[in-house]
Design a protein around this ligand. Sequence first.
Ligand code: OAD
Length: 248
Amino acid sequence: MQALSPALAAQIAEARRVTALTGAGMSAESGVPTFRDAQTGLWARYDPAELATPEAFERDPSRVWQWYAWRRELVTRAEPNAGHRALARWARHARVTVVTQNVDGLHQQAGSPEVLELHGNLRRSICSAGCGEQPVGEGEPPPCPRCGAPLRPDVVWFGEMLPEAALNGALAAVEAADIVLSIGTANQVQPAASLPHLARRNGCLVVEVNPEETPLTPEADWSLRGTAAGLLPLLLEAATEQRVQRDE
Ligand code: OAD
C-alpha cells in the first residue's frame, strides 16, 4: 500500500517542520458534512449564494443565522476522529502547524497545539458592525450586546477577505515546512488551494491524502488514495517507528 511506502515513511521521519493543510474531508469521519461531495456535500443541497455571502446575510439574516446554528449544533456534537488525533500526536515528534479551512474547531479539540483557521470558526460569533467577538444572547440573530447590530457567525463568506494573521501565518508555515500535507480538501477555493503549489515551488515535499483525485494530484510528490482517519495514523505510525529505529 502506497501509504506505507518505506521511502515516504523515511521522508516523514526526517521532517522537523510539518504543515498540514486541511479541508472538510478531514472532519467527514467525525460526521461533519463536506461541501462538494456529490449527494452528501452541503453545496449539493444548499445554494452558497443564499447562505454564505454578506449579501445573503443582509437579505435574510434570520435564515443565514439558523443555517449556521444548525451546523454549530452538528459540530458541537462531533468528536475529533483518528486523523485529527494522529496530527495532534505528531506534534510530539516535530513542529506541526495545522492550517485549516474548517470552521469546526476539531483540531483544537484533538489537542493540536498550533492551528491557524483560514475561514474562521463556527463556534464563535461576532458583531456584523465590527465590535468583535461577542457572547450570544436571544434572537435569530441576536443583537450585539454593545451596539445592537445583528451578530453573525465568525466565518469567512464568499467575497470576504481571509483573516490577515491566519493567512500570513499559513504562508510562513508553508515556507518553513519540510513537508506539506494536503488532507481532505478539493483544492478548489483560493487562496488556500494555492498553498501546496507555493510549497512545491520552494522544493518542499507535498503529500496529498484524499479518497479522490483533486487538481493538486498531478503536482503532489505522493498522492495517497484513502481517508484522513484511515491513512494518517498508519502514516505516522510508520514514520515514528522508523525514527525510533534510527535513534536506537
Ligand atoms: P470540499 O467539500 O470542497 O472537499 C472535500 C474533499 O474531501 C474532497 O476532495 C473529498 O474527496 C475529500 N474527502 C471526503 N471524505 C474524506 C475523508 N474521509 N478523508 C479525506 N478526504 C475526504 O471541502 P474543502 O476543500 O474544505 O468555504 O472546501 C473549501 C471551502 O469551500 C470550505 O472551507 C468552504 C467551502 O465553500 C467557505 O464556506 C468559505
